[in-house]
Design a protein around this ligand. Structure first.
Ligand SMILES: NC(=O)c1ccc[n+]([C@@H]2O[C@H](COP(=O)([O-])OP(=O)(O)OC[C@H]3O[C@@H](n4cnc5c(N)ncnc54)[C@H](OP(=O)(O)O)[C@@H]3O)[C@@H](O)[C@H]2O)c1
Length: 292
């Protein structure tokens, strides 16, 4: 069972490689070995390496920089998945692709379902939506897994930023008017491997687009308080800084962030038997890993 992982050195890519179940032959390629935005390279690698399934963990994820690096964001997030989907679609190879809550506008007040209208407000979300559409168009055997607020021991993320800030400050302001679900890179990797395993066992999957995140919903402020609580408990921090709730308007960024990022993840539980985990437990696992 040969599985090609693209973007293998990113947060999720790293966990996919680390958590690969026994019995899989993993071909892990970073951007230096396979640039997904290059159609010829993608087509020739797929023919050369003959994977039986591809997991695309590669993406341009610099949400703010994307506002000024529009071509780069689209090359990786839209053209990249299109290249992979075209190559896999022709050969009948399934493609598991990761997308984002940023395809939605963030105006909702109830959890987004897969069938809800999309409406990205920034370049990153729009480029990821274009990638989703290309995957759906060119590769019939696809899973698009939309996830949110990713954190992991490997790479840069909100947890690491908070821990770094806490070393230097006694007090900080964190946005308290954006709702979403933190999701560990490890849990995403486990879900994708469960799907890959099921595919090889059954010869198929309930293809389509699914929402996947950890539970329950919180705000960045709530997330930061739990990070500090656990970090103090683990003695990673001598004491927790005071966390002042602030509003999005008080923390301007080049890209607009959705106020509501909560996704309804019932479909993936019902149709693909994927269980959801609590991000507080996932955070504990991650913190243990970085203290070792
Ligand atoms: N991070 C989040 O909070 C978040 C939230 C929702 C959804 N997602 C989605 O989750 C997936 C994984 O994200 P992540 O957090 O693991 O991202 P990440 O840590 O930024 O990793 C992305 C990887 O993609 C690689 N990459 C960039 N351009 C490439 C190219 N042209 N060809 C091949 N590889 C390329 C990068 O390699 P280089 O460093 O060498 O460029 C990097 O290792 C993405 O689809 C992302 O959109 C992420």
């Amino acid at each position: 069972m040969r599985v090609l992982i693209t973007g293998a050195h990113g947060q999720v890519g790293h966990e996919l490689v680390r958590l690969a179940p026994a019995g899989f032959t993993v071909i892990a390629l970073g951007s230096a070995e396979l640039d997904i935005s290059n159609p010829e390279q993608v087509a020739s690698k797929v023919v050369e390496l003959q994977p039986q399934l591809i997991i695309n963990a590669a993406a341009y994820t610099a949400v703010d920089k994307a506002e000024s690096e529009i071509d780069h964001a689209y090359a990786v997030n839209a053209k990249g998945p299109e290249n992979l989907a075209t190559a896999t679609g022709k050969l009948g190879i399934p493609l598991l692709h990761i997308s984002t809550d940023y395809v939605f506008s963030g105006d909702a007040t109830t959890p987004y379902k897969e069938s809800d209208a999309t409406g990205p407000t920034g370049v990153y979300g729009a480029s990821k939506l274009a990638g989703e559409m290309a995957v759906a168009k060119h590769c019939p055997h696809h899973i698009i897994l939309r996830t949110s607020w990713v954190f992991g021991a490997h790479g840069n993320n909100f947890v690491k930023t908070m821990l770094r800030l806490a070393q230097a400050r006694d007090e900080l302001g964190v946005v308290a008017d954006q709702q979403g679900c933190p999701t560990s890179a490890a849990s995403i990797a486990k879900a994708l491997w469960a799907l890959a395993t099921e595919f090889f066992k059954e010869g198929g999957l309930n293809w389509g687009t699914y929402h996947f995140s950890n539970t329950p919903a919180t705000t960045w402020h709530g997330f930061s308080e739990e990070i500090f609580r656990q970090a103090v408990e683990l003695k990673m921090l001598a004491k927790a800084p005071k966390v002042n709730p602030i509003n999005t308007v008080d923390y301007p960024t080049p890209a607009q962030r959705p106020a509501w990022s909560v996704m309804d993840c019932s479909l993936i539980q019902e149709k693909l038997n994927i269980e959801l985990s609590d991000w507080r437990d996932e955070l504990a696992e991650m913190l243990k890993e970085i203290t070792l």
